[in-house]
Design a protein around this ligand. Structure first.
Ligand code: DAK
Length: 261
């Protein structure tokens, strides 16, 4: 794909948004390429994904301002829908997605990182929702996901002021899980992805679904969602092997690769 590359290392896939001359800004071509790459991921043999940006300066510097500048209302809505569909696809993929944020994550860049399950960043990362300075609202879910991740007050401050924040502040408010040097970021993301991939894949998928679906439900309904997904694990070989290994004081060698019966 022209603007998005994909590499597979074992059970982990690395997706790179590759438009470094424009700091990986998201135009409709990039978004379409990204969707095609995600659709092509072999979910039978992939247990975690990493999303990053090409180059040393930027993860994603936002939606493409040049492309957006001439949009009509209808075209703006259509552009927003392409982005929202692909972001939602990332959020609801059955496997975890780690954003490795290597520089600017502004506007749509911050929003795409927030559609991932976990955010790690380099010490040069800059996050922000600068849209109100451009006369628009965040349009790829920023008003919704930022408030859910960092809390309503902080999200409103960031969105209303359009101030950018650095990596250490992003860590302090819980927008990212950890900060690394630029050299350490990708190895750290790969290490985390490999650890996730070493666990029982059916259980990991069930955890992602339980957390995501539960967040949109009342606690009573959320607990039922968890109960059902918990129950579904008892039809997996991993549950039998994992528990019998523990009871027999053996180390489990081979989690995964077993589909639900
Ligand atoms: N769009 C297009 N091109 C961009 C870009 C962007 N967002 N960000 C950077 N570039 C391009 C620059 O134009 C420049 O291109 P050339 O001039 O070399 O051709 C190249 O990348 C390098 O950028 P700079 O020369 O500006 O580099 P600096 O280091 O000086 O500055 C910067 C880096 C990230 C601080 C600066 O580039 C910047 O402020 N960029 C814009 C950041 C920004 O405001 N991002 C948020 C965009 S708004 C919606 C859907 C989605 C959205 C809204 C509504 N609906 C339709 C519902 C989302 C909106 C956004 O994301």
């Amino acid at each position: 794909m022209g603007f998005v590359t994909y590499e597979q290392e074992g059970f982990v896939g690395l997706i790179t948004i590759n438009r470094p001359k424009a700091l990986n800004a998201l135009n409709s071509e990039v978004l379409k390429d990204l969707e095609a790459v995600i659709d092509a991921v072999d979910l039978d043999n992939t247990r975690a994904l990493i999303l990053t940006g090409a180059g040393e300066k930027s993860f994603v510097a936002g939606a493409d301002i040049g492309e957006m500048s001439t949009l009509t209302k209808a075209e703006g809505e259509a552009f927003g829908k392409i982005g929202n569909d692909v972001f939602r696809k990332i959020e609801t993929l059955p496997i975890p997605v780690i954003a490795a944020v290597n520089g600017f994550a502004l506007g749509g860049g911050c929003e795409i990182a927030m559609s991932c399950d976990i955010r790690l960043c380099a010490d040069n990362a800059i996050f922000g929702q600068p849209e109100v300075g451009l006369g628009i609202t965040p349009g790829f879910g920023g008003t919704q996901r930022l408030a859910r991740i960092v809390g309503v007050g902080k999200a409103k401050e960031m969105i209303y002021t359009a101030f950018n924040i650095k990596a250490d502040e992003a860590y302090r408010i819980g927008l990212v899980n950890a900060v690394y040097t630029q050299e350490e970021l990708l190895p750290a993301a790969k290490k985390m992805a490999a650890k996730i991939a070493s666990n029982a894949p059916i259980a990991v998928r069930a955890c992602k679904k339980a957390i995501n679906d539960g967040l949109d439900a009342t606690m009573d309904d959320a607990i039922v969602i968890e109960e059902k997904l918990f129950g579904s694990c008892f039809e997996s070989e991993d549950q039998k092997n994992g528990m019998s290994a523990f009871l027999n004081k053996q180390k489990i060698k081979d989690l995964g690769g077993f589909q639900n019966k």
